[in-house]
Structures are given as C-alpha cells and as structure tokens.
Ligand binder design. Sequence first.
Ligand code: FCB
Length: 466
Amino acid sequence: MPGRQFPDGFLWGAATASYQIEGGVTEDGRTPSIWDTFSHTPGRVLNGDTGDTAADHYHRWESDLGQLRDLGLGAYRFSLAWPRIQPEGPGTVDQRGLDFYSRLVDGLLSRGIAPVVTLYHWDLPQWAEDAGGWPARETALRYEEYARLAVAALGDRVHTWTTLNEPWCSAYLGYASGVHAPGRTEPAAALAAVHHLNLAHGFGGRVVRELAPKAQLSVTLNLHVVRPASGSEKDLDAARRIDAVGNRAFLGPMLEGAYPADLLRDTASVTDWAFVRDGDEATAAVPLDVLGVNYYSTQRVTAWDGVSPRATHDGHGKSGATPWVGADDVDFLPQPGPHTAMGWNIDPGGLTELLVRIAKEYPGLPMMVTENGAAFTDTVDADGEIHDVDRVEYLRGHIEAVGAARDAGADVHGYFVWSLMDNFEWAYGFDRRFGIIRIDYDTQRRTWKDSARWYRDLVTSGKLPG
Ligand code: FCB
C-alpha cells in the first residue's frame, strides 16, 4: 500500500480533560466537583483512585506544552474546570482559575498550537449538583453564566469552543446507570438531564457567538454505531430505539431543533417531557461550525426475550441499572474481538460508517474526530521503552477509516488522539491507560510510547504509512 496523504490544513491534535489530568484539586480556590465527591466515595472508582493528583498537569502544564510541541501537533483539545472558575457558586468568579487557562492558551498560541477548548467535560461543581444537578433547569442557566465568564476571558484566542463533551455520558451514566458521577439511578431524571444539557449547549453556543465571533463553535458527541443482530423486525426496532435514546436525543434538538417523535413515544412511560418549554428546542439548535465526534467501538443489539440473562454492558463500568432509559427490552450482545483493555471491540469500519452517516443526514456539516484511541496493558521494557504495537495498529486503522470517510465525501477536517497522556479514566481510575505518553504516577515522569513517535511522524508529514 502506498500510504495515504492528508491535506495540509488537516488539524492533528491530542485531547485531555481537566479532572483527568490536572490534580491540584484544592489549589487557588478550587472547590470539589461531582467527580471529587464520587471518587472519594468508597466503591465508586476502581482501586479507590481519585483525581487528587492525577497527572499533576496543574503544576506541569508548561512542560506538557513542550510535549505537544515536540509531537508537532497543530491543535490541543482540553477542558476548563468549572469549579476553578466559579468555586463559590453562582454570581462568583475566581480570577486565578481564569488566569491558569489564559496562560495555557497563550502558551499554546506561542508554540503555534490551536487551542480547542471544551467548556464542560463532566466536572460539574458540587454546588450545582447540590442545587439539583443536570436534571434541574437551573443548572443550564448556571452553565450559561459560567460560559460567559470563560468565553469573555479567553474569547477569540480560542480556535474552537466546544460547549459539552459527550452529554450522553453526563446524562445516562451520571443519572441512570450511576457508574459516573454523581452516581444517581433515576431514569426520569436522566431524561431531564438530557434536555438541560441540550439547553445548556444552546445557551453556551449563543455566548460563544456573541463574545467570540471569530472562533469556531462546536459540541462533541459520542455517537453510537448500533447494529441489529439480524434483519428481523424486532432487532431492527431494538437498533432504532438505541439510536433514538443514544444519538437522536442530541442530534434532534441540536441539529434539527426538535426531539424525534419516536424517542418521546419510547420513553413515555418514564416521563412526559414536561420539562421541555416552548422555544427550548430552537435554543438548542444554535448553528454549529463543526461537529465533534468521539468514536471507540460499535454495538450489536437484539430484542430481549425477557427471560435470558442479559449481556448488557455499557463499557463504562458495571451497575445493576441500565443507562438505556426507555429501552428495557433491548439487549446488547457480546462483540467479536479483538478488544481493548476496556473490553471495547476494535472496529475501524464503524468510524467510517458513522462519519458517512452524519455527512448524509446533515449535508455540509464539517466534522472533527475529537477523540479516538485505545487502552491497552502497556509494558515497560527493561530499557524503559514501551512498544505499544496494539495502540499503533488501533490508531493506524482508525485514521485510515477517517481517510475512507473523506473519500466518501464526509467533510472531516481534524483528528485528536485520546489521549495525550495516561490519566484518570473515570470509573476505572488509573488502571486503564489511553496515553501515547506514559505517566509514571510515582514520579510523574512522562515517557513517550512508540505510538507517540509514530503519531509525531504522521502529523509532521500528514502521511499515513502504508
Ligand atoms: C470518553 C471520554 C474521555 C475518555 C474516553 C476514553 O468517553 O470523553 O474523557 O475517558 O472516553
């Protein structure tokens, strides 16, 4: 194979998120987020890990910028910690929080790296959860206030503003299956959370348009590639249900200004959706410059017979409750391998399929892959090297899949590897490593894995080796 050449303007980056890397959780006025509370609750996170220190990025940000530069990256996707910027609640602001991110943004710009900033990557201030969390409309209003402070401070220095990261996880893992913070298992509340996240996206999007008119506006969704186990009517309907509650619950309001009728029907026994007020869906449909797509694996579903033990496993942690609200009669089947250390099946073709689907359904909508990558059990050789062949192969396959989607007409103009470095992988703590740079959590030493060198060669040449 001759290898594939990506165009010059293609944005190559790496991604992280505040709670997963920063540490410094009590510094400069920061107060707890729901993830501090959750991770400090026994039994919630594997091995009792917390983000108290994580990758200590709060203190090492400058040398981490050096890593980004040495990798030759054109962009860096990171998130702001709301509880650093408004630690004391609504109506307050802590300048030290804004200054930290301002230094980071300037540091990126001076190294020629475009800042791609996520406003919300799951670390809701605990005070906002105490006031009701995402199931409460108030939280969307509080988010707007926070977005205004952040965008006013960083504005057009930011290349792309992303309102939310994976609202699917915030709503369903946080409030239905409870494997993520705040760990509630209330299906109706999860659907209210879906709506208030969509609304917050609309509010935040307007703030970006108003205060940073030259920046790109985006949102990142983890869209599910759901395949029916057979062509039977029941299995097709199972896939439709998961697509509704998993994908179209966000795509509908954000891109079409309306919730899909089948979603409202499927979930009618859970909620009457009375929390949706006139004008909310239009608010959520703020025009986007680019859709962020996170992709890791695919899912296979079948109609549940109501008797056999269910294989349901959402891949983010185990709990008795399902994240798939309104789809109790759907079963998720084990997927053929190979799998990553998360148990997620490796299926690059799913990424092409997803990007081409979005391109067909929303013609003219540019996209970026804002997360893609894999956890594997890395081993450090006697000479200190990490030959993560599996990760290189995963990345190669998926970047090729992005190229194939582009060939098929999808306007994908960026790719961000998850993750720049090993970090706090939510319910799995430090046990699962996604980085292309290894973190030794005893010394905080950063070591490039083979995948980091491979990625550097790719991004500096734009050429995917054959
Ligand atoms: C995504 C999250 C990200 C990371 C990866 C593995 O769901 O956005 O923070 O944990 O999964």
